[in-house]
Design a protein around this ligand. Structure first.
Ligand SMILES: [Fe+2]
Ligand SMILES: [Fe+2]
Length: 190
């Protein structure tokens, strides 16, 4: 299946989202090569990660069909879930690809390398104009974990400034990776 054509058709009318998706793919492959990740996983997950972004709420809900999930998350978080179900429906079966799509907003505890790369690429692809995108990109070239932690830190800080409560999973994931990173640094200097 040509996922690029599929994505371009699905996002027709949203040229900036197509540009963003292509930017994410480019970034993900660039980082994927540095960290010896699965490039096929990254390519497919990049193309599909925002494919349902502009669906109407009722279309997300029809596909998700699980009130436990939808009651517990903000509407903005529907698209990674519906995109994952959609990906399965068109035959994507690699669990890492599906994980990367589902958790592309902020990752998850114990995520695959490819999921972390997709999260970071989503944040720092070349069309992102905010300054932190450049900072995270530079960090990611040499230390993916550091880039990821910095990205989450900035996102949580930004949400708080906007008086939006970060999702508990986002905070838990941040704390998990921060602790892991501190332990790693401690081991190095011990
Ligand atoms: Fe997204
Ligand atoms: Fe995205």
């Amino acid at each position: 299946m040509d996922y690029k054509i599929l994505m371009e058709n699905a996002l027709k009318g949203h040229p900036n989202r197509i540009k963003h998706t292509l930017g994410v793919k480019e970034r993900a492959l660039e980082l994927g090569k540095i960290y010896a990740a699965d490039l096929e996983v990254l390519e497919v997950a990049s193309y599909l990660h925002d494919i349902t972004k502009y669906w109407k709420t009722e279309d997300h809900l029809k596909l998700i069909n699980n009130s436990f999930i939808t009651d517990n998350i903000h509407e903005q978080m529907y698209h990674p879930i519906s995109a994952t179900i959609y990906a399965k429906s068109i035959g994507v079966s690699n669990p890492v690809t599906l994980e990367a799509i589902q958790y592309h907003m902020w990752g998850k505890i114990d995520m695959a390398l490819e999921t972390m790369i997709l999260c970071v690429s989503d944040y720092c692809e070349k069309n992102r104009t905010f300054n932190d995108a450049k900072v995270v990109y530079q960090m990611a070239l040499t230390d993916l974990n550091e880039a990821y932690i910095h990205m989450l830190e900035s996102t949580i800080k930004h949400l708080k400034e906007e008086h939006i409560t970060p999702h508990q999973d986002q905070i838990d994931t941040y704390n998990y990776y921060l602790k892991k990173e501190n332990e790693r640094i401690h081991d190095i200097i011990k």
